[in-house]
Ligand binder design. Sequence first.
Ligand SMILES: NC(=O)c1ccc[n+]([C@@H]2O[C@H](COP(=O)([O-])OP(=O)(O)OC[C@H]3O[C@@H](n4cnc5c(N)ncnc54)[C@H](OP(=O)(O)O)[C@@H]3O)[C@@H](O)[C@H]2O)c1
Length: 341
Amino acid sequence: MCSRGRRREPANAGAGARVLRPLFYGRFLFSFTEPGFRFRRLFWRKTTRDFRGQLWLVTGASGGLGAHIASEAVKAGATVIAAARDAGKLSALRERLAPDVRERLEPWICDFALQGEVAALLQRLHAAGRQVDVLINNVGVLLDAHELTAEGRERSFAINLLSHFQLTEGLLADGLLASGAVIINMSSGGGYNFPLMLNLLNVTEAVRYNGTAAYACHKRAQMVLNANWRRLHAARGISFYVMHPGWVDTEGVQRSLPRFRRALKSILRDAASGADTALWLAAWRPAQTEVTGIWFDRALRPAHVFAYTREGDRAAQALVDQLQGELNDGQSKSLAAPSRH
Ligand SMILES: NC(=O)c1ccc[n+]([C@@H]2O[C@H](COP(=O)([O-])OP(=O)(O)OC[C@H]3O[C@@H](n4cnc5c(N)ncnc54)[C@H](OP(=O)(O)O)[C@@H]3O)[C@@H](O)[C@H]2O)c1
């Protein structure tokens, strides 16, 4: 349970996670890697994708899973706003698409570590009068080194969680989602290792920071947020899904988990296998009767595999309050800041 709740906090969550880590890797080695994907694929019906007429917004689209999802959506007929911070990588992605479809990939520059830039992206959508059919909240990083953003937040928190919350809430509040829109939140199996602990989400003091724990906590928080959005917005006909891609050989993994990558390189998934569930969810929009759970390889799986990660009833509201508080705080800081003009 999170730090603000009344329920007893699993103070030993870090220790628990350490003890259970070998168990975690052993348990999921086959499932999360390419062999697991290939095995499950044997039982799937052949499907096609048709995203014609849809507007997609994919965050962190310049590389890895985001780039793959954006390209495949364009190939299946969607117009895709590919949002990332590196203009060069985005234009290279566009160039890799066939000339007759590449105009439907729109590179939008946004640094998701900065809430001011996420707000600007929302304003730009609003000004253009565009409504999003599919939002892929994909951007995410695991940072070993502690770093604060120019807005004073721990960097991975701002990217992994706050930007997703801000973007989703902004689209909902400003009427920027098309009717029947789908929102897919890219979490991680790493979230299985950690309970939601609010005091570990935005660790601004370097001595308290542990990049792996922060990442796992953000990924757990995404699952809690997704369940909350499902609870609140099901009646509006908006579908919220949270998923994880398994273990995929991307630049992010190469950069953040070099030893893990070296050990498992031959069996890690490629981007197509990791992204498959996101594209399948967007195409099929399966019914989900329970609010909790996480999609993986085209099936809804339990949100918890270890008892110590379960959160209490008030966890979601406490999480939303904290994230909303962060955004309000940022707004008041920027209103209070002297004008640059
Ligand atoms: N790969 C896996 O095994 C795995 C497993 C579980 C979950 N996931 C999740 O899947 C998602 C994608 O992971 P990935 O492995 O594809 O990561 P990746 O290879 O690092 O790609 C992420 C993309 O996001 C961009 N990005 C990073 N920080 C950004 C920022 N502040 N603003 C805008 N764009 C930014 C990166 O561009 P730059 O080059 O500019 O940094 C990069 O193109 C993440 O949420 C991750 O947690 C991945």
